[in-house]
Design a protein around this ligand. Structure first.
Ligand code: NZQ
Ligand code: ZN
Length: 399
């Protein structure tokens, strides 16, 4: 087992109406002048935006707003946010939304404190040393950005948009306000995308090399089972508080590293997916569902016992741990069962289903080039994937 340092500094404030306390937590964490970042308007339509503005006004906290963050958030708006925050003398950023809004807030917070080009962080040619503090009011459980160190942004390019990430502890939010009732308005498709993403954040950490860590595996099993169970029910009961609350907390637990305290993590499926959402502007969770099965079949031979363990624990597939062939048969049954589950919650399980047509060979080659830096880098740790492997997986995922 890999040694670890566990760091999850975000203060979680969970329950109904907690968004009305935002001013209290901004003050607690030292904010005096806020940039309030939000998305395309769901929070305006639901009345949440007004409640948050009231809380800041009543608490005596001046603020300016920046709306218009889109899913797969764009660098151009981040640049605008950096300028706005500098001009307005902002010392605290509040994100009102999901992964796209939170990541935009993180990039703005780091960009304000950096004299160079913010994209350097994503190209890994510079490392953030300082960032404004951030707080979150979460409206969609999915990306886990409310407690994670990650930040994912898309740069608009004529030759095809580029989606890249950076990770740093200094961008972890100081507080995350989570009111499950805020997620009652989520469309079914977004709910399902979130469920897949939460499961994937667990699975990326589950499929690693390394010795056993029973506690971490037990937590991962619980997150996966609970997400599957709640995900299956919530689509027909969108106003069920207990289901929404479990999914919301699952979002944070799956990506605050709690399920990763065993090994290095793989993250190949995320690498494969970020090219999909970068090129086709699809929802991240849907992209993950579309490519996971092809990835799993391609690498199952490298960890057959782990895949078989998942099949038995998650899908109650009868254990057959005799010969290697038996183990692989169990593993493959688990992969098929996972695909069926994704289908049952309305998710695509092939690239053709994901984008509504067959991707072209040129598109697949472009994505393979992007995620392996033109064949000079590999993806993932369980079975490091070279460009030809990536291309084989994309082709197998076409459907
Ligand atoms: O923009 P609005 O109008 O608010 O609509 C949003 C958006 O269209 C809508 N929505 C959010 N809350 C809602 C709601 N609609 C109705 N009621 C509500 N309560 O949902 C849509 C999707 O929002 P988005 O923020 O894009 O979703 P998500 O949280 O899945 O974030 C996806 C982004 O996060 C990145 C992804 O790559 C993607 O760019 N990720 C970030 C990570 C991180 N920072 O740690 C890790 C993840 O693996 C992921 O890569
Ligand atoms: Zn993800």
């Amino acid at each position: 087992m890999k040694d670890f340092t566990y760091y999850a500094p975000t203060e979680v404030v969970f329950g109904p109406a907690t968004e009305t306390r935002v001013a209290e937590f901004v003050k607690k964490w030292g904010g005096t002048r806020v940039l309030l970042v939000y998305g395309g308007g769901s929070c305006v339509r639901s009345g949440l935006f007004d409640r948050v503005k009231c809380s800041l006004t009543d608490g005596g906290i001046p603020f300016v707003t920046l709306g218009g963050v889109v899913p797969n958030p764009r660098l151009s708006l981040v640049r605008q946010g950096i300028e706005l925050a500098r001009t307005e003398g902002i010392d605290f950023v509040v994100a009102l939304g999901g992964g796209s809004v939170i990541d935009s807030a993180k990039a703005i917070a780091a960009g304000v404190e950096y004299e160079g080009d913010i994209w350097n962080f994503f190209m890994r040619t510079a490392v953030p040393q300082k960032a404004l503090p951030i707080g979150v009011i979460l409206t969609i459980p999915a990306a886990g950005s409310e407690m994670s160190d990650g930040c994912v942004i898309t740069r608009e390019c004529e030759s095809g948009d580029e989606k890249k990430s950076f990770s740093t502890n200094i961008c972890r939010p100081r507080f995350a306000i989570m009111n499950p009732e805020l997620t009652f308005t989520l469309p079914a498709y977004q709910t399902s995308c979130g469920i897949v993403d939460i499961m994937m954040h667990t699975l990326e950490r589950y499929f690693t090399r390394g010795d056993d860590m029973y506690m971490t595996d037990a937590i991962a099993d619980a997150v996966l089972r609970t997400m599957m169970e709640c995900g299956g029910k919530v689509l027909s009961a969108p106003l069920d508080y207990a289901l929404r609350a479990s999914i919301m907390w699952g979002s944070s637990l799956a990506h605050n590293d709690l399920t990763g305290l065993r090994g290095q993590g793989d993250w190949a499926v995320h690498g494969l997916e970020h090219e999909l959402s970068g090129l086709f502007d699809v929802a991240h969770g849907a992209g993950l569902a579309a490519v996971w099965g092809a990835w799993a079949e391609y690498v199952a031979d490298y960890a057959p016992e782990r895949f078989a363990r998942l099949a038995v624990n998650l899908f109650d597939i009868p254990a057959a741990f005799g010969s290697r062939e038996e183990i692989l048969t169990t593993a493959r049954a688990g992969i098929d069962a996972m695909r069926s589950y994704f289908r049952s919650i309305g998710m695509p399980v092939t690239l053709t289903e994901l984008i509504g047509r067959r991707p072209t060979e040129e598109e697949l080659c472009h994505m393979a080039d992007m995620c392996t830096k033109n064949g000079t880098a590999t993806l993932g740790s369980l079975r490091p994937l070279a460009r030809k492997d990536v291309l084989a997986i994309y082709n197998a995922a076409i459907g």
